[in-house]
Design a protein around this ligand. Structure first.
Ligand code: MN
Length: 292
């Protein structure tokens, strides 16, 4: 099943090139704040699945191309991310801060955006803002201290994720948490449709030019291990997101670019990159320009 959020928090099932509105099952799209209807849908999915399928079977098809796709889970309890998690990216960044020696870090959930949004570059001087091509794991069940062997039982689904990053030496959370710095989408594909997540090809293009190409089999800390590791420290909740780390090929984006991500069995989305007119501050106004 492919689940989208669209047009102001409505929830739909995607079949082919159409969306079928199933908002009524969880009361989505009513303007409630915070918008946690997808979290509830994920938590109660086993019970709700027949209702979702029945409603979708009788709903009017809406062309996918006619709706504005929003980030699928706008209010996760946690947006977790693993740092350097492919050897080739470690080499290009001259980094030894691998995921297996650092564990996870957090990004602000307010950095999330969706397939129908734009990536807005903050107005910074002499700073590169890089794209990172990653798979998002969407947690399906509340859990703590789970084993590697059972980890995938706690996954609801997967999505494409881009971890946008200001290069520099400042606090990583600050450099990665600007609004629109975490596009997720275009939808969540449920785990049963993806099958084995450890053999997924992933690609990222800038203006049609391939910049990143890797496979989840090359992860340093694997998907099961990332989930289990996070759960040693933190209770994981339905809708929590894990960004699984980027392979080599990261590089700067500039206004006017179109950034496209595609992950096998998951989906594809393209976002325009535009220049914003806010975002500068005394931290980034310092002239340091080093990799991190
Ligand atoms: Mn990353």
């Amino acid at each position: 099943m492919r689940l989208v959020r669209y047009n102001g928090g409505r929830i739909g099932l995607v079949k082919g090139t159409d969306v079928f509105d199933v908002s009524a099952v969880v009361g989505a799209g009513e303007g409630d704040w915070p918008s946690v209807e997808m979290n509830r849908l994920i938590r109660n999915f086993t019970t709700l699945r027949p209702q979702l399928e029945n409603l979708a079977a009788t709903a009017m098809p809406i062309p996918l191309a006619s709706v504005k796709l929003e980030t699928p889970v706008p209010w996760p309890n946690k947006l977790m991310a693993y740092p350097v998690n492919y050897h080739d990216h470690a080499t290009e960044m001259k980094s030894t801060g691998f995921a297996n020696v650092q564990g996870y870090f957090l990004k602000a959930s307010s950095s999330l955006c969706g397939a129908g949004d734009q990536v807005v570059l903050p107005k910074l001087v002499n700073r590169e803002i890089h794209h990172e091509c990653e798979l998002a794991v969407v947690i399906g069940k509340e859990c703590r201290n789970i084993s590697v062997d059972n980890a995938l039982d706690h996954v609801f689904g997967y999505a494409c994720l881009m971890d946008m990053t200001i290069r520099g030496k400042e606090e990583r959370v600050f450099r990665k948490s600007y609004d629109t710095f975490t596009p997720v989408g275009p939808w969540i594909v449920t785990a049963d449709e993806v099958g084995d997540p450890t053999q997924l090809d992933m690609k990222l293009w800038i203006n049609g030019e391939l910049r990143q190409h890797a496979n989840t089999r090359d992860l340093i800390v694997g998907i099961r291990e990332m989930i289990a590791l996070a759960s040693t420290a933190s209770t994981l909740y339905p809708g929590d997101l894990i960004a699984t780390g980027t392979p080599a090929g990261v590089g700067p984006m500039v206004a006017g670019d179109i950034v496209t991500i595609e992950i096998e069995k998951v989906g594809r989305m393209s976002l325009p990159v535009v220049q914003g007119d806010i975002g500068s501050n005394f931290v980034f106004d310092r002239t340091v320009k080093e990799s991190a």
